[in-house]
Design a protein around this ligand. Structure first.
Ligand code: PLP
Length: 376
């Protein structure tokens, strides 16, 4: 499709509002509308959010708590900590609450990085490790298997006392794939005898069997393991910035004394997290919507001759074959659909997140034209 100049200018303005293009002079603030979510008409399938959030209960809590926004939320942080401890049958000294899980992961990475090299996996969510690297940490990345799954055996073989921590994301981002929980549990137990093992379980609640897939039981049983979780994914609270880490009290204390942790939390965010934590109806509803969207996208991809990795998350990693993921992203953008571009050397893999069903349908409908435009 050839865009008219008017359309290009219109798109450019939309992109500027999203902070996507930095080489364009921004419009005066007064001429812009203040959008809290995606711009009208833009399918936002490039971040792994839950379109269906926040839940009704969370919104009510945000509204009600806003009237008491003059006060620091310490007592609410303690309340949330107790809820998480009670649900997981652990002590509150095992729980650190942070501004998104990224904050706790970053503090722990920086602390670990001061003690020795950190071991991690190939293609993964590792902003926190990059930040630790910026403060001097050495990160050792273990290449993934050919099918893009995590090479757990190699990770174990490289784990020794001199490694300060092992960081694994399960299910992984952007592959969406999950390690076999039984194999992971036994491997983590052995590795934890030598060093701290951190499992990022941001997508655990989306998986088919969250209780079986989590490694929180290892913390409960006293192993040197830490698990990060977030309210940003299934709970639909990415904008409220609440996450948590479950670990042994010394790890939790390290997070507490080395960063701004609990002092970075807002009353609205913590109140929403409290209201959402045990809301099984909303969690089940969100999971079913994500699965419905995944079924639609998977059928659409297959229909258009594309393959993809099995996903236990709210996104799908698509093999574009001969096509470049940045070109694919740019073609989708012309249709006002946002998807991720290429990841490092993985130039022909594209990640698409599950938004609302109509946006997902737009992605599917755009596939034939986008693929056709790429092949000419
Ligand atoms: C695997 C993983 N961990 C952590 C995060 C960060 O989430 P939060 O919003 O809790 O900082 C993300 C976000 O995409 C993620 O994919």
């Amino acid at each position: 499709m050839i865009l008219s100049r008017r359309q290009i200018i219109k798109n450019t303005v939309q992109l500027t509002g999203l902070g996507i293009s930095s080489n364009i002079i921004p419009m005066p603030l007064l001429a812009q509308t203040l959008d809290y979510g995606p711009k009208e008409g833009l399918a936002r399938l490039h971040w792994n959010e839950n379109y269906y959030g926040p839940s009704e209960r969370a919104i009510e809590a945000i509204n009600t708590s806003s009237f008491k926004g003059a006060y620091y939320p310490d007592h609410l942080v303690d309340y949330l900590k107790s809820m998480i401890a009670e649900y997981n049958r652990i002590d509150t000294s095992n729980v650190a609450i942070s501004a998104g899980s990224t904050q706790a992961l970053t503090i722990l990475s920086q602390v670990s990085g001061r003690k020795g090299p950190i071991l991690s996996t190939g293609l993964t969510y590792d902003i926190h490790l990059q930040l630790a690297k910026n403060s001097g940490a050495r990160i050792i990345k273990v290449k993934d298997n050919k099918d893009l799954s995590i090479d757990l055996e190699s990770i174990e073989s490289l784990t020794r006392n001199t490694i300060s921590a092992v960081f694994i994301v399960n299910p992984n981002n952007p592959s969406g794939m999950m390690l076999d929980p039984d194999v992971l549990r036994e491997t983590v137990k052995r590795m934890a005898q030598k060093t701290l093992v951190v499992i990022d379980e941001a997508y655990n609640e989306i998986t088919t069997d969250p209780e079986r897939n989590t490694m929180i039981d290892l913390v409960r049983d006293g192993h040197n393991v830490a698990i990060s979780r977030t309210f940003s994914k299934i709970y639909g609270l990415a904008g409220q910035r609440v996450g948590y880490m479950i670990g042994q009290p010394d790890v939790v204390n390290q997070i507490k004394i080395n960063g701004t942790g609990e002092a970075s939390l807002s009353m609205a965010g913590v109140s929403a997290a409290i209201a959402s934590y045990n809301d099984k109806n909303f969690i089940n509803f969100s999971r079913s919507k994500i699965n419905e969207a995944k079924d639609m996208v998977q059928s659409g991809l297959t229909f258009n001759g594309l393959s993809y990795l099995p996903s236990e998350t709210n996104f799908i990693f698509v093999d574009l074959g001969q096509f470049d993921a940045n070109d694919f992203r740019d073609e989708m953008l012309k249709q006002n659909i946002l998807v991720r571009g290429k990841y490092g050397e993985f130039h022909n893999w594209s990640r698409v997140s599950m938004g609302n069903l109509s946006d997902v349908q737009r992605y599917i409908d755009a596939l034939p034209m986008v693929l056709n435009n790429l092949s000419v």
